[in-house]
Design a protein around this ligand. Sequence first.
Ligand code: ACO
Length: 323
Amino acid sequence: MINARIVGAGRYLPDNIVSNDDLTKFMDTSDEWIVSRTGIQGRRISEGEDTSELATKAAFKALDKAKIKSEDVDLIIVATITPDMYTPSTACIVQKNIKAHKATAFDVSAACTGFLYALSVANAMVKTGQHKIALVIGAEVLSKVMNWKDRSTAVLFGDGAGAVIIKAEEGNCGIKSIYTMSEGDKGNSLEVGAVDVVNPFVKEQLEKKYPYITMQGGEVFKFATRAMIDALNKVLKDAGEQLENIKYVVPHQANLRIISYAAKKLNINIDKFYINLNKYGNTSGASIPIALAEVSEKLEPGDKIILVGFGGGLTYGAALIEW
Ligand code: ACO
């Protein structure tokens, strides 16, 4: 049987470290408020690099780890809600940068769950035999869609990118189960506006879209905990696995309180969750692959992990992987 196996992972974060205290220099907030509400102590903020540059650097690291030449990659999927431009897609820009001339390249948009959606598409395309070596990336420069005067959102997010190489392999290892779901009717609880419709034929100019992140924190909190538990249980059941056999749960790194709440509900020690949001904040579609690249250093062949995420859309999902 052909399986889709992750054979290398890499991450790239901008050099610029912005602490909570740095934010207090231009925003009415405090380290105490941010840490107690979210667990975030710092984040990386781009000093000019755009999403494709972060994605390209993470891609080179993943290729290096996997010992795969970029010209052998035949599929590139980038999960992002902060592309450099509408077209070319971020994936096509990465293709040009890494010279993967034999690849099909496109972007996927599912906010913080984007990497899981991209992984799901790549998994299907590899398992059918359509593609042999896929590069799947989550990359965001959220700092360009944050209102830096809105303390209720600006303290939460950061920039970064993570990437994996997936290979078609005979055998048992790889992605054992993957689950994705959307609840579009709740989409307005987390939004980033885009370009208004302005043309000579518009009859009535509607209210201008707000081009930055807005969030109803309480609504997202309730959704996130429910969605995480649901998705995690779905992949466990589908793979016929028990939580005690899972070495790490790698969650979307939004908020320590969401992760702690889910751990309590699932009756598992929070130490099973790999957490790095204290260093990087919420990097949306990049958060799971960044954490996965870090956790991969601790994995042995045969170890089982679960990736689980939730985000704008609203969207959520999980994947159970045998390393
Ligand atoms: N610094 C200081 N005070 C602040 C800040 C800040 N950065 N932000 C808000 N406040 C104030 C508010 O103005 C409010 O003051 P008031 O009572 O005088 O009006 C007070 O703190 C409480 O504000 P709330 O928004 O009610 O704060 P809450 O305790 O709910 O925490 C948070 C907000 C952390 C966002 C919370 O709702 C939460 O954990 N939500 C989950 C959603 C989440 O983490 N999303 C991440 C991104 S989405 C995703 O990844 C899918």
